[in-house]
Design a protein around this ligand. Structure first.
Ligand SMILES: O=C(O)CCC(=O)C(=O)O
Length: 325
């Protein structure tokens, strides 16, 4: 276990939060969301989650027989990943929240949180994914991981031991010294918005303070160093994409409701494909700032359809195709 005397405390100061995320890889912002916003988001989330379950479209993970990234057939052979109640799922994920309630889009623009994200990621970045994780009683602890497992580690002058296209969750291109001489920069930032109280009992996110600068992915034995992020409803935990973390086991009798908002540098591929998946009724009301987060604004010519100087793209824009004069 980590020395808890030296870990960040919940703060209302943006300056303190920036310093905490630099030093520990995460910060806790108190009362980031007003109680009315928490209530609105929680009731919309519960309604959506119940409807997805009823439809048979719910995605459930984290059961005793099921773990992210560690699916085997009992004989150690990998098997196809399935995230369902039948496969052992307990926790419920609700994806693509931008489409599932205006309140979720509003939360993206919470100023004190975005100030911290700006501090880490700089001027331009994208929304990578926006989902909820409802950690339910009986959910087991998720394997510790980083959110930028896909980011190549620095190499010396020899070719990378694993080509970039062969990097996977299980296979990084890391080799050499531990700790390494050089580490990758932070290229994504995650926000866990606590919609009810998070505690060690109800699956508060497990994390290893300071692990963002260790320069390697976590190993199973690193789980011993983890502590649980705790806080009342309305707290936002903002964390560095390199921080070792994962959902905790929920040994309480209540659901834990959290929203996860991941932002990534504009060079990288977001997890959720908003340019295809965003619904037109949501886009009709979207501000230029929201369109930018969703990847509809080009960045240095990237994300375009044809013209590299077009400022925005839209879902109905098509390439000119094969023409003849
Ligand atoms: O639910 C949590 O506490 C963390 C979830 C997480 O780490 C993930 O989905 O990658």
């Amino acid at each position: 276990m980590h020395n808890t005397a030296k870990v960040p405390k919940s703060t209302s100061s943006v300056e303190q939060a920036k310093s905490d995320i630099d030093d520990f890889g995460y910060c806790l912002i108190e009362d980031a969301l007003e109680p009315t916003v928490v209530d609105a988001a929680l009731s919309r989330l519960k309604e959506q989650a119940a409807a997805e379950l009823e439809l048979g479209a719910a995605f459930e993970d984290g059961g005793p027989r099921q773990q992210w990234g560690a699916f085997t057939d009992g004989k150690g052979r990998p098997r196809q990943q399935a995230y369902t109640a039948e496969a052992g799922g307990v926790n419920q994920r609700v994806w693509m929240l931008v489409n599932k309630g205006q309140i979720f889009c509003q939360i993206l623009f919470t100023e004190r949180v975005r100030d911290v994200v700006d501090h880490v990621l700089g001027d331009d970045y994208l929304l990578s994914s926006y989902s909820a994780n409802i950690a339910k009683p009986g959910g087991v602890a998720m394997n510790l991981h980083t959110d930028q497992w896909w980011m190549p580690h620095p190499v010396n002058r020899a070719p990378s031991p694993v080509p970039v296209g062969s990097i996977s969750r299980q296979r990084s291109n890391l080799e050499g010294d531990d700790p390494p001489q050089m580490i990758a920069p932070c290229v994504c930032v995650n926000v866990m918005w606590m919609l009810n109280e998070f505690s060690a009992e109800n699956g508060g996110t497990l994390l290893v303070p300071g692990s963002h600068v260790r320069g390697r992915p976590p190993r199973p034995t690193d789980q011993e160093e983890a502590l649980a992020a705790e806080g009342p409803a309305g707290t936002a935990m903002v964390f560095d994409g390199r921080l070792w973390h994962g959902t905790g086991a929920n040994v309480s009798s209540q659901n834990r409701y959290g929203l996860l908002t991941t932002f990534c540098g504009p060079q990288f591929r977001p997890q959720e494909n908003f340019t295809i998946g965003a619904r037109s009724e949501m886009l009709a009301d979207a501000s230029p700032e929201l369109l930018k987060l969703l990847g509809f604004k080009t960045w240095s010519g990237y994300g375009r359809v044809e013209s590299p100087v077009a400022e925005f793209v839209s879902q109905d824009e098509r390439s000119l195709g094969e023409l003849r004069s």
